[in-house]
Design a protein around this ligand. Structure first.
Ligand SMILES: CC(C)(COP(=O)(O)OP(=O)(O)OC[C@H]1O[C@@H](n2cnc3c(N)ncnc32)[C@H](O)[C@@H]1OP(=O)(O)O)[C@@H](O)C(=O)NCCC(=O)NCCS
Length: 184
């Protein structure tokens, strides 16, 4: 049974530098921090995430990204406090969209370069998988560039199977059942 995505704050994490990161659903109020996050990514991170060269999100992409369809999509962001005044800086985002039939979903994830190798993606992927499992989605899939060795190793670490894809030799399909994920 598929359910509408829940919203609002999900988790708080203590980071090694003393900051507290917040994991929450993205929303229409996040246009500025989402665009700033994408602009700030390195060329390589942007290419691995979007599989094309780009500077920033188009207005259409931005609107879509901050307004995921609650019936078939979800997007979780990780933020840290900025400037001590209640403002947030986005440091990671993970999202998925249900595939036709609603049995599986396709995900994508990206972490700000300065925050990589701190375990952010591990926690974000766990949250994304639990979120999807809680809606009754049975399998999570994603497309990863064959040259993205770090992501492919990370996927294996998380229990994803890596296979060739119908998109050609440069793009791998990663796939994992969600039956071991606790429901939200
Ligand atoms: C790939 C990416 C998401 C990883 O994000 P990250 O926050 O650096 O990931 P984590 O810190 O959670 O690292 C993964 C952790 O999982 C574990 N891990 C990953 N691969 C592992 C392996 N092969 N063996 C054992 N442990 C592994 C480790 O604990 C590792 O942390 P460490 O290497 O710092 O010890 C990030 O590099 C990124 O955003 N890349 C650009 C965008 C992208 O490629 N997106 C994928 C396409 S959708």
């Amino acid at each position: 049974m598929n359910k509408q995505a829940s919203c609002g704050p999900v988790e708080h994490w203590d980071l090694s530098d003393g900051k507290v990161a917040m994991l929450r659903s993205i929303g229409p109020q996040d246009a500025e921090i989402e665009q700033a996050f994408v602009r700030g990514l390195s060329e390589e991170s942007k290419y691995f995430r979007f599989m094309t060269q780009m500077c920033e999100l188009s207005p259409e992409m931005l609107q879509h990204f901050i307004n995921p369809d609650p019936m078939r999509e979800a997007a979780l962001i990780v933020t840290v406090p900025r400037d001590g005044g209640g403002a947030e800086e986005e440091i990671a985002v993970g999202r998925y969209a249900m595939n036709p039939g609603n049995e599986s979903c396709e995900f994508a994830i990206v972490v700000a370069d300065a925050w990589q190798a701190h375990g952010i993606a591990t926690r974000l992927m766990q949250a994304l998988m639990k979120h999807a499992a809680g809606r009754g989605i049975k399998r999570m899939e994603g497309f990863v560039m064959a040259s993205n060795i770090k992501m492919l190793e990370f996927m294996c670490f998380l229990g994803f199977e890596v296979r060739s894809s119908a998109k050609g030799p440069q793009i791998k399909l990663v796939s994992r059942p969600l039956d071991d994920m606790a429901t939200i």
